[in-house]
Design a protein around this ligand. Structure first.
Ligand code: SF4
Ligand code: SF4
Length: 140
């Protein structure tokens, strides 16, 4: 089935990493359509917001997404099919901040249970990519 055009990107950051990261580089990747945003069809007016998983084990994400869905539809007519949840690279990849989130599969399940689509990665650091290729960080 063809997916509706993306009208809203919801970046989910690791709650722990967020204590030191304002998410600027994720935002920059969205603006420049690089990293995990490259190749996505983001034509037209695509809005973006960022929030965290709420802390381990990430269960708060389900309620955040339920509220997001309701507000986006009720206030702005954005249907759930037009929302894409982006799991930030600090969740999906082994990197400078530490290994990938141990609850990654659970987070994906929560997004699906909320009736939304997910996609991995936001900013992708070239330096971290080199370290993953060299085996310093886990690949993935
Ligand atoms: S991926 Fe990087 S820039 Fe984005 S929220 Fe995580 S640590 Fe911050
Ligand atoms: S559940 Fe994963 S993404 Fe969320 S705070 Fe814990 S380690 Fe970070």
């Amino acid at each position: 089935m063809e997916r509706a055009a993306i009208k809203l990107i919801a970046i989910v950051q690791c709650h722990l990493v967020h204590q030191r990261c304002p998410g600027y580089i994720c935002d920059r990747a969205f603006v420049n359509r690089t990293g995990g945003f490259a190749g996505l069809d983001l034509a037209g007016d695509v809005r973006k917001l960022s929030f965290t998983c709420g802390g381990c084990c990430g269960r708060a994400l389900h309620r955040k997404l339920a509220l997001l869905k309701r507000k986006a539809r009720d206030l702005d007519g954005i249907e759930p099919g037009s929302i894409l949840v982006k799991l930030a690279s600090c969740i999906t990849k082994d990197n400078y901040h530490g290994p990938a989130c141990p609850h990654l599969d659970y987070l994906k399940t929560l997004v699906e249970k909320a009736g939304l689509a997910w996609s991995c990665d936001t900013h992708i650091s070239k330096r971290s990519d080199k370290k993953r290729a060299a085996g310093v960080y886990e690949a993935g």
